[in-house]
Design a protein around this ligand. Structure first.
Ligand code: ADP
Ligand code: ZN
Ligand code: ZN
Length: 723
């Protein structure tokens, strides 16, 4: 009987053999359900070995092979194998992460019908020509004629889309075949010279793998470059993979892509999708029916038989790195995948990661630049407000208040940027010194006055705001410091005639809430916005002309060596929201360190100067990208257990580490206690990637064989972002 070798989602790096009566070579890459322990698990067949280490008589039989769906292709199996190898994660867990849950369970994929292309029929044209009485169906015909051939899902979104069923029943609208997915909508803009040069450069670039860094200031029209490159790939009959940092934050991009390519099959893939939709999109990609796959980091695992181009928008964004389970970087995996499939990959950002910027400087990546804005004539003016001798009013300087007042008078929008949500970061008692600490974490409970709660932003713990100090019963307990809610409250008092809107994780908890906030801002229903970094990403608000930054200094002196890079990126991104259309923009940064080099570079919009000096500091200090790192983390209810495990791991490491691999001391993590678990970490580092990788492979095998306390967990993080 044939033997099948299966990768299963278990925390062990091994594969499992089963027997199957009818398995054949074609089944490699197919999802299966198999008996496991007393239950059942699902996984993927990775090989049909001739023999097994297990006695054939003892092999259990597979329960079900999913044959309705095409098998995962060989290059996909290589991709997950690479991720497993590089991040030292069990293959079965990588596969479990990469596959939509419904598919992995080898469920039937319920709705396999695709999203057909629609057009007016002869009758439809006739009905429209002789239309006597206006009707919803006729209105839809008019809209459809203007749009050209269109996907059914897009037709439903048209203003008269509700009449679609009716119009189809009358035979006025029919499904058509053979429309060109690369055919763009008629209203695409003329490229600027810089954009054209970028598109031409990539098109004229080498055949096969080529990594590009598209460094374009905010509003320079990077998206337009992506769309033109996608158009060329589609015209060549290829599929396009487009990664975005957070799809919940980018519904605008989704509709922009769908509107540009009305005849293309555009598939979104992200974790917020319903299971059925995610499986369907994945299968459309796998079977080559999807033309464009647009998604968050996990879409880097979409199988794409006709792949021709990979685009990574906002490539510096930390959300490309998964911080739990398999700790992979979708950006780095995307570059590997482009190499594997011999296609170009374009990493775009106004503020590239220092890693990518360094690759471009060393010509490992090819450089593309967009230094001018596409629509607005200039970049916003950035000014520093020296806050050292100012009396601030709930964090607001007189200059900032005046500037907001001016915008209000002109009917323009302002944004106050403060990257801290809630009312105040802590509640405290001036009499006895009590502070609102999270009972489960080494962090404070944040005051949320809007709904009178104290919340931990790390573990989600949530209690009522007490009426008096729990220790000394003092009734005069005070919120200390400030967050977005407090600034919002003060702005409402200061500008009673203004409509103040807060935009943070609390006011935009769901995608619907977020979209309705965006719509409110776009339609001018808000005058003053108070927002966190949610406001920083990729949105166009034509009426927004002022960005005031408060409370940024805290990140200047953070212990994390990446903090300045993140701060610069955030401020440049959020400042880039100002004056994107035809109104000039202004950015005011309140700071007690107006001469800090970071702010000086920001005033000049000089990312390159900032990046060069930040890299010099990293070289001097021996930080990435000049070294390669991996972090072993452990957590347990008792800190001692975590530290002891790491100390033991350190001794093992020192015994086996080759020259050039440095093993540091185990230390408690900065946020030591999280959700009742104490956390510690151990850094290993090398100047070259290969020896580090080789060492980790051997080390982790030894670690897996160690006996550890039952309630201790440990994980390895390769190329960690947080150290
Ligand atoms: P980025 O992603 O670089 O910040 P976008 O792609 O969002 O910039 O473009 C900024 C604005 O400029 C958008 O409103 C976009 O529609 C517009 N735009 C981009 N390219 C052009 C062009 N060639 N002609 C006219 N408008 C453009
Ligand atoms: Zn007290
Ligand atoms: Zn907590």
């Amino acid at each position: 009987m044939p033997i099948v070798r299966v990768a299963l989602p278990v925390p062990l790096p091994q594969l499992f053999d089963y027997s199957s009566q009818d398995a054949c070579g074609e089944d490699v890459g197919r999802c299966v359900r198999v008996p496991f322990g007393r239950g059942e698990k699902s996984g993927v067949i990775v090989a049909l070995p001739a023999e097994s280490d297990v006695d054939p008589a003892r092999l259990k039989a597979v329960r079900h092979i999913q044959r309705e769906v095409a098998p995962l292709p060989r290059d996909w199996l290589e991709l997950v194998a690479f991720v497993a190898r590089y991040y030292h994660a069990p293959l079965g867990e990588v596969i479990a992460l990469a596959l939509p849950p419904g598919l992995r369970r080898a469920d039937a994929v319920s709705d396999r019908e695709s999203d057909p292309l629609l057009d007016l029929s002869v009758d439809g044209h006739a009905a429209l020509a002789e239309a006597r009485r206006a009707s919803r169906a006729l209105a839809l015909l008019g809209e459809l004629r203007a749009a050209g051939v269109i996907r059914r899902s897009a037709a439903r979104e048209l203003p008269a889309g509700a009449a679609l069923g009716d119009a189809m029943k009358r035979g006025w609208i029919v499904a058509v075949r053979g429309a060109d997915p690369a055919m763009p909508a008629a209203n695409r803009p003329e490229l600027t010279d810089e954009q054209r040069a970028a598109v031409e450069a990539v098109s004229a670039g080498p055949e096969g793998f080529a990594p590009w860094l598209l460094q374009g200031v905010t509003g320079s029209g990077k998206t337009e470059v992506y769309l033109r490159l996608a158009e060329r790939a589609l015209a060549a009959g290829r599929q396009v993979l487009m990664l975005v940092p957070e799809i919940a934050l980018t519904p605008q991009l989704e509709s922009r892509v769908a509107n540009r390519f009305p005849a293309a099959c555009v598939v979104s893939l992200h974790s917020a999708l319903a299971e059925g939709a995610r499986s369907r999109g994945f299968v459309q990609a796998l079977e080559g029916r999807a033309d464009i796959v647009l998604g968050t980091r996990l879409s880097v695992f979409a199988p794409l038989p006709r792949l021709g181009l990979i685009l990574v928008d906002e490539e510096h964004d930390a959300s490309y790195k998964q911080q739990e389970g398999v700790r992979y970087s979708a950006r780095d995996v995307a570059v590997w995948r482009a190499h594997q499939r011999k296609v170009p990959v374009v990493l775009g950002s106004a503020t590239p990661s220092l890693e990518s910027w360094q690759h471009a400087r060393l010509a490992r990546y090819r450089s593309l630049r967009l230094d001018a804005r596409a629509l607005a004539s200039t970049l916003p003016t950035v000014r520093r407000i020296d806050a050292r001798r100012l009396k601030l009013d709930e964090g607001l300087s007189p200059q900032l208040k005046t500037a907001i007042g001016e915008r209000l008078a002109r009917g323009e929008q302002s944004l106050v940027f403060l990257n801290r949500r809630g009312y105040a970061p802590v509640l405290s008692c001036p009499a006895c010194g009590w502070v609102s600490q999270c009972p489960h974490c080494s962090a404070n409970l944040v005051v949320h006055l809007a709904d009178r709660r104290l919340r931990c932003h790390h573990c989600g713990c949530d209690t009522e705001v007490p009426h008096h100090c729990p220790v000394c019963s003092n009734q005069d307990i005070q919120p200390f410091g400030r967050g977005t809610q407090r600034v919002e409250a003060r702005l409402v008092e200061l500008f009673p005639e203004a409509r103040v809107l807060r935009v943070d994780r609390d006011s935009a908890r769901t995608r619907n809430q977020w979209e309705s906030l965006l719509a409110q801002i776009a339609s001018g229903e808000a005058d003053i916005l108070v927002g966190t970094q949610m406001m920083a990403k990729g949105h166009d608000f034509p009426q927004l002309t002022l960005v005031g930054v408060i409370g940024a200094d805290a990140s200047l002196h953070a212990a994390d060596f990446r903090a300045p890079e993140r701060l610069f990126q955030q401020l440049m991104q959020v400042g880039g929201r100002a004056g994107r259309a035809h109104l000039p923009g202004e950015v005011l940064i309140q700071t007690e360190y107006p001469d800090h080099p970071l702010y000086r570079c920001l005033v000049k919009h000089d990312f390159d100067a900032f990046a060069a000096s930040a890299l010099d500091e990293r070289r001097a200090a021996g930080f990435p990208p000049f070294t390669f790192q991996a972090m072993l983390r452990a957590d347990a209810p008792m800190l001692d257990d975590a530290m002891q495990f790491l100390a033991h791991a350190r001794r093992l490491a020192q015994e086996m580490a080759p020259a050039g691999v440095r093993v540091f001391d185990a230390v408690p993590m900065r946020l030591t206690r999280l959700a009742r678990r104490e956390r510690a970490q151990l850094l290993v580092e090398a100047d070259e990637r290969a020896p580090l990788q080789g060492f980790i492979g051997a080390w982790i095998e030894v670690l897996r064989a160690q006996r550890t306390p039952r309630d201790l967990r440990w994980q390895l993080d390769v190329d960690p972002l947080e150290v």
